[in-house]
Structure formats: structure tokens, C-alpha cells
Design a protein around this ligand. Structure first.
Ligand code: AMP
Ligand code: TRP
Length: 331
């Protein structure tokens, strides 16, 4: 990205309490990227309407996601943090994109099929979810989108839509482009963080370890990680162990090597490894828990951050929408 600064964008749904899969898959990479360009991180409340039907719960979740993201290190001096619905123009762009989006492209979406399989009602909004997500990305002329692996197909759909809209409306542009192609940024080491049953960690599977659960709860979740029945004295396979995978996210290189050796050697039971994992996890998030208390003590902090973020996001979104409306013939 020569000359102009790289624009980074990501979103997270306020549909429940954030877990360590969200943290390592999306929040930590997004926080690391905030120093490398101009970052826009938003709370995807329009998206959450596809699953949350309780207005009070939605409002509470939005605040808690803002709080947790800030506590984890999002720096509002570097990154704009805002509510998706504070930029309602994004729904206009979603409509424009939906008139170009081929049905077949959306019919191939795994996440739609997965959500139906989990019993979610098949609404039009749930079906066209990837179009709104494309609008989220394109309305800020984003270059890079840090997400977990489960969102990869959504970014691919966005890229397909960019090609299509450029073909349809881009001819009059000097470079043939209305939008540039955004790139997903997926951390190989944390693309799928396992939950306590070894499947992908997800609140809808009930296998989550929450970032800011209390001590008793976090210990209980860690102690209930599912293991195989290898006896204490026997050697164990670290690479296939959820305990070891989670430990690798929070321990130092030498600690990780030490645990791997003890797995191979045998003589240590899974219960002991779980205790070590709990200690490390608890320690890892301690500074963030402290920061969270500080933010909570400052009553207007979150509102101020969200208001500033919304102002910045609207500046860019307005520029892009003026360009798009003109190109498609609406102005
Ligand atoms: P969601 O739970 O769908 O709102 O996820 C928010 C963000 O966290 C997305 O970027 C996901 O890809 C990421 N994420 C969620 N669960 C995991 C997981 N188990 N491993 C890695 N990333 C995840
Ligand atoms: N679909 C994402 C999720 O469920 C959230 C999201 C909405 C998003 N719009 C986005 C992520 C734009 C990245 C870019 O996790």
C-alpha cells in the first residue's frame, strides 16, 4: 500500500458474551493491526438483528462488546470504534449491491446453511447477510479485513461482488474501478480456536470459554475440557489435545515446549495440564480485566468513544456513497 495509508476494517456481532475464540481469532489480530494503518472496527448491530429479538438484550450486548474490545486493547486514538447502525447509509449500499448480487452466489453460503441447520429462522435478512457485510467493507474503501476462518467465504463473496460491480459500472472510471478488492487477513495459528469439546469454539455450541467470566466460572470451563482416556502414566499426543492448543495461545515458547515434553513423556494426568492452562489463561487476561474496571468507572467513556468513532466513519461513508450514487445514476 504505497502512498496512502492502509485501511483496516472488521466487525463483531453483539449477539452474546465474547469468548476467547473471538479474542484470538479476530480481536487480537485487529488490535495488532491498529498501529499499521487507519482502522475501523464496528459493532455489527444490524447483523445481530438476524438473531437477537430482545431490544434490551441487544442494547446491553452492544455496550458490553464496546467495553470488552476497549479493555482488550482497542485504542480509540488509533482506531475508530462505532456502532454499525450509526452509519445507516450502509443499508443503502447493501441494497445497491443486492441488485447486482447473483442469487447463486448467496445460495452457496455455508454460514446461511449452518445457521438454518442450527434452527435459526430462514429470514431474507439472514440470507442476504453477506451483502450487508460486503457493504460494511466497501463503504470504507477497506484494504484489509482481519477475521477468523469462518468469515473467509464472506470476504470471497465481497470480492466477487466488487468484480461484478466494477464490470457493470466501472467503465467510465479511469482505472475501471468503483471499488478496490479487499483482502482477508486470517491468522493461521488462530484461524479456528477449539472449544472445550474440541469443536470450533462458538457460543451457539455452548463450548465457549468467556474472556471476562469470573475466576470460578473460567476454572470450571477449563476443567471440563473433553479429553481421551489415556492413563496418567502413558505418553500423550499434544498436537491433538485441546488443552495444549489453548495453552499454546497464552504461554511463552519455553513453557509450550515444556508442556509438549511432559505430554510425550507420560506421568502427568490431563487434570494437571488443565490446571496449568487455567493459571495461564487467568494471568493472560488479568491486565485486561483491570483495564475493564477502569473503563467501567468512567461513566461517559464508552459513549464518547462511540460518538467519535461514528463521526469518523460517517465522513468516509458519505464520501464513498456520493461516489457510488453518482456512478449508478441516482444523482
Ligand atoms: P462471531 O462469533 O461469529 O460473532 O465471531 C466474531 C469474530 O470472531 C469473527 O471474525 C470470527 O471469525 C471470530 N471467531 C469466532 N469464533 C472463533 C473461533 N472459535 N476461532 C477463531 N475465530 C473465531
Ligand atoms: N459476519 C461477522 C461475524 O459474524 C461480523 C461482520 C459483519 C463483519 N460485517 C463485517 C466482519 C465486515 C468483518 C467485516 O463475525
Amino acid at each position: 500500500m504505497k502512498g496512502k495509508s492502509m485501511r483496516i476494517l472488521s466487525g463483531i456481532q453483539p449477539s452474546g458474551v465474547l469468548h476467547i475464540g473471538n479474542y484470538f481469532g479476530m480481536m487480537r489480530p485487529a488490535i495488532a493491526l491498529q498501529a499499521e494503518g487507519e482502522a475501523f472496527y464496528f459493532i455489527a448491530d444490524y447483523h445481530a438483528l438476524t438473531s437477537v429479538r430482545d431490544p434490551k438484550a441487544l442494547r446491553e450486548n452492544i455496550r458490553r462488546v464496546a467495553l470488552d474490545f476497549l479493555a482488550c486493547g482497542l485504542d480509540p486514538e488509533r482506531a475508530a470504534l462505532f456502532r454499525q447502525s450509526d452509519v445507516p447509509q450502509v443499508t443503502e449500499l447493501a441494497w445497491i449491491l443486492s441488485t447486482i448480487a447473483p442469487m447463486g452466489l448467496l445460495e452457496r453460503s455455508h454460514s446461511y446453511k449452518d445457521k438454518l441447520a442450527r434452527g435459526m429462522p430462514p429470514s431474507v435478512g439472514l440470507f442476504s447477510y453477506p451483502v450487508l457485510m460486503a457493504a460494511d467493507i466497501l463503504i470504507y474503501d477497506s484494504d484489509v479485513v482481519p477475521v477468523g476462518k469462518d468469515q473467509k467465504q464472506h470476504i470471497e463473496i465481497t470480492r466477487d461482488l466488487v468484480v461484478k460491480i466494477n464490470e457493470t459500472f466501472g467503465q467510465s472510471e479511469p482505472d475501471g474501478q468503483i471499488f478496490k478488492l479487499p483482502e482477508p487477513r486470517i491468522q493461521a495459528a488462530t484461524e479456528v480456536v477449539p472449544g472445550i469439546d474440541g469443536q470450533k469454539m462458538s457460543k451457539s455450541y455452548g463450548n465457549n470459554i468467556d474472556i471476562f467470566g469470573d475466576e470460578k466460572e473460567m476454572r470450571k470451563r477449563v476443567m471440563s475440557i473433553v479429553t481421551d482416556s489415556t492413563p496418567v502414566e502413558a505418553p500423550k499426543d499434544a498436537s491433538r489435545s485441546t488443552i495444549f492448543q489453548l495453552y499454546s495461545l497464552v504461554a511463552s515458547k519455553s513453557e509450550i515446549a515444556g508442556m509438549r515434553e511432559r505430554f510425550q513423556k507420560g506421568g502427568t494426568g490431563y487434570g494437571n495440564f488443565k490446571k496449568e492452562l487455567f493459571e495461564k489463561l487467568w494471568e493472560y487476561f488479568t491486565p485486561m480485566r483491570e483495564r475493564r474496571e477502569e473503563i467501567l468507572a468512567d461513566k461517559s467513556y464508552i459513549d464518547n468513544v462511540l460518538a467519535r468513532g461514528a463521526k469518523r466513519a460517517n465522513e468516509i461513508a458519505d464520501q464513498v456513497m456520493t461516489r457510488v450514487r453518482k456512478r449508478v445514476g441516482l444523482r
